[in-house]
Design a protein around this ligand. Sequence first.
Ligand SMILES: Nc1ncnc2c1ncn2[C@@H]1O[C@H](COP(=O)(O)OP(=O)(O)OP(=O)(O)O)[C@@H](O)[C@H]1O
Length: 313
Amino acid sequence: MIEVRQLSRHYGALKAVQDVSFSIDRGEIVGLLGHNGAGKTTIMKMLTGYLEPSAGSIQIDGLDIAEQRREAQRRIGYLPENCPLYPEMTVLDALDYQASLLGIPIERRPAAIRRAVERTELGPKATATIGTLSRGYRQRLGVAQAILHEPRILILDEPTNGLDPAQIQHMRALVRELAREATLIISTHILQEVEAVCGRVLIMRSGRLALDSRLDAIGGRPRLLVTLDRGPDEALPVLSALEGCGAVTVLETKDGVRRRFALETEDAPALAPRVARTACERGWSLYALETERQDLEALFGAVTLERMEVPHG
Ligand SMILES: Nc1ncnc2c1ncn2[C@@H]1O[C@H](COP(=O)(O)OP(=O)(O)OP(=O)(O)O)[C@@H](O)[C@H]1O
């Protein structure tokens, strides 16, 4: 659905985006993650046809954005980072104006506007002037403008930026709702944003794509963490002998009584009940039994650890 090949964009000597390639299938929700200045907005502007790449190609639904820009843009809805809105217009006027810019025929506009208002729950503010809206409602209006023409691809730049926690919850619910009918790319520097709504993450670092991974693949195979009231001398031989258990590592001693062990295994859900049964049979106290997963935060930290300067020249 989206094919990006060796995309680069330079601003003078500054290499804002360098040699980035990825493809996105229909129905995916992809988080584009990176520190400030990593190149996220530059990529989004190129995907939406508002900025020309210095090198590389972008295909949207099989259309080359350099050659069939208008056609490709018709398939895309875009919420820019600072969505420009006219404060003196009402919500309905703004949507009507946007519908005309999008080329929606006049007879189809009322239905398109009604549907966008319903989906973004803007009904109570439909006749309010934009200048009186809260930040949350303005963002919803930005999204409503982006979905008026029912695009197959939605690109949202920092959709929860500046929202309060309740507004963030609402925006996330809206994003999930929108994803039922469209492919979504969401740019953010907030990890929780990606974990809350995305199935896949692209991490940018200094203009380059540092990681492209499905979220459920992050962290690899989880270890089983076991907290017992037994020391390594007693527990290690028993745990290591359990069916399906690989190497066992002693992690730490908790309060002098509880010990934590990490069990490597191909199948943590199958090993967990064996550990519980064995502890019970031996009269050990089992304080905790949990699977370990390297989370996105750890990964993001590792991938973006070196905050490299954007190279010049
Ligand atoms: N029009 C421009 N002219 C010159 N440099 C620019 C321009 N737009 C962006 N840059 C620079 O390109 C780099 C990438 O910027 P970009 O806005 O794409 O990053 P970002 O990841 O979206 O950051 P943020 O999270 O802060 O929005 C930055 O160093 C930025 O200063």
